[in-house]
Design a protein around this ligand. Structure first.
Ligand SMILES: Nc1ncnc2c1ncn2[C@@H]1O[C@H](COP(=O)(O)OP(=O)(O)OP(=O)(O)O)[C@@H](O)[C@H]1O
Ligand SMILES: [Mg+2]
Length: 416
């Protein structure tokens, strides 16, 4: 603990709080308490940059800072900058070992005190929160090394029904539920995850040349991952011409490695049309624990989804219990409802995501997941994430059980 004498040198701090009103309040109190603010950062990426280049003693960071993911916190820990993280006590378990934790409702005085202690202790953090931690129900954020993560492949037939939008939103919604998530852009026609999320196109699947197997025989996939909003991303290929570089062997090795590292590997496999799909995409579909077929609610969209499902079942030989449908962009009660789609496709509809043009447009402009924007489509995605998380964490039950509940009812689709 430092001496509280008058000659104590000022502590230089980086302030990365995001909310302007809260920042002002903290800033004034910290300065009055002898802490000099050397820099302020508005997002996770600039904080990492400053942490590596600046000679600060400590950083005060809010857990809701823009683009602050667990990977960002890991980079900050590597930069050896002591970090005080303001977070909801219910989330302390998630950040254990990554920062000194303080309730986001703490006063500026408490923040100053913790920052002084952090500057003295350095970037060494308790693996689990202490008495003030409020760790929720003993639940662990990290997965045991022997438990493999789950591969969720999202795909569709012709017609762009929203695969990428839902894959990104689902990845974010799962990460909100404390699942460690990586999103893989495996749309080999030229993926869109990079522009949807403002990422670096030069890092991703293509960086994993087939000659990059390490001594252990596994691909160094971690080197090609980048921070997304709450989850990690393995970007895809920008140009369809590069498709040939992504072999089936490479794609499956990457996903095999990622499922060792993450709870959920969400794959955007794009459009799957019989006769046109690549060997790499098909091998990823075969490696999936769940295949989520995105379908639109109109007649043509349902027709396209039917073609896709037929191909998955008859050509790739996927069993029905592996498959579920996400009915996207339903406008009110227009078009086909979930019961009719279930009947037409012979598969359960796991979620109905309503049309939400405003939120979808904002998500594109702000380069954020639909779930971060909020609205009715975001709510549908969160409900889906809750359902999937429940299935992943439920204790295995004895006996045979359908992976998805299937309720078939009479319908009009496909009638002559
Ligand atoms: N629930 C929704 N409400 C409103 N707009 C949506 C919704 N879902 C997706 N969209 C919009 O639909 C368009 C296509 O979405 P997206 O790019 O995700 O489709 P895709 O199936 O991945 O297409 P592609 O085949 O080009 O990869 C985008 O403009 C997106 O914002
Ligand atoms: Mg897409």
């Amino acid at each position: 603990m430092t001496n509280s004498g008058a000659a104590r040198p000022a502590i230089r701090a980086i302030l990365a709080v995001g909310n302007p009103a809260r920042e002002r309040e903290l800033r004034e109190a910290l300065i009055a308490g002898g802490i000099a603010i050397s820099e302020r950062c508005l997002d996770g990426a600039s904080l990492v940059e400053r942490a590596q280049s600046l000679d600060a003693d400590v950083a005060l960071v809010s857990s809701d800072l823009h683009r602050l993911s667990p990977a960002t916190l890991l980079s900050l820990r590597e930069a050896r900058l002591p970090l005080v993280l303001l977070a909801e006590p219910a989330d302390f378990g998630k950040y254990a070992g990554l920062a000194h934790l303080l309730s986001s409702r703490s006063s500026a005085g408490e923040a100053a005190k913790t920052m002084r202690q952090a500057a003295a202790r350095g970037a060494v953090y308790a693996a689990s929160p202490g008495a003030d931690g409020g760790r929720p129900g003993g639940e662990s954020y990290a997965r045991g090394p022997d438990v493999e993560g789950r591969v969720l492949v999202l795909l569709a037939g012709k017609g762009a029904p929203g695969v990428t939008t839902l894959a990104i939103g689902l990845a974010e919604a799962l990460s909100e539920r404390r699942r460690r998530v990586v999103l893989v852009d495996a749309d080999l026609r030229g993926g869109n995850v990079v522009p949807y999320l403002y990422l670096d196109p030069s890092r991703g699947l293509l960086g994993l040349g087939v000659d990059r197997y390490g001594d252990s025989g596994s691909l160094p996939v971690e080197e090609e991952l980048q921070d997304g909003p709450g989850f990690m991303v393995l970007a895809g290929i920008e140009k369809p011409e590069a498709q040939r570089s992504v072999t089936a062997e490479l794609a499956t090795a990457a996903v095999r490695r990622l499922r060792e590292l993450y709870d959920e590997v969400v794959v955007d496999a794009g459009e799957i049309v019989g006769g046109n799909s690549s060997a790499a995409a098909e091998s990823l579909i075969r490696a999936a624990d769940r295949v989520l077929v995105v379908a639109g609610a109109g007649l043509v969209a349902a027709w396209n989804a039917q073609c896709c499902v037929r191909y998955l079942r008859e050509e790739l030989g996927l069993p029905p219990e592996l498959l579920g449908v996400l009915l996207n962009r339903r406008e009110g009660r227009a078009g086909y409802g979930p019961r009719e789609v279930e009947q037409a496709l012979g598969l359960p509809v796991l979620a109905v995501i309503p049309e939400d043009r405003r939120a979808a447009r904002r998500a594109i402009v702000e380069q954020l997941p639909l779930t971060v924007i909020g609205g009715k489509a975001a709510r549908g995605l969160r409900a889906l994430a809750a359902q999937l998380t429940e299935q992943a964490t439920a204790p295995a039950r004895a006996g045979k059980q359908r992976r998805w509940p299937l309720r078939l009812r009479p319908t009009a689709i496909g009638r002559k």
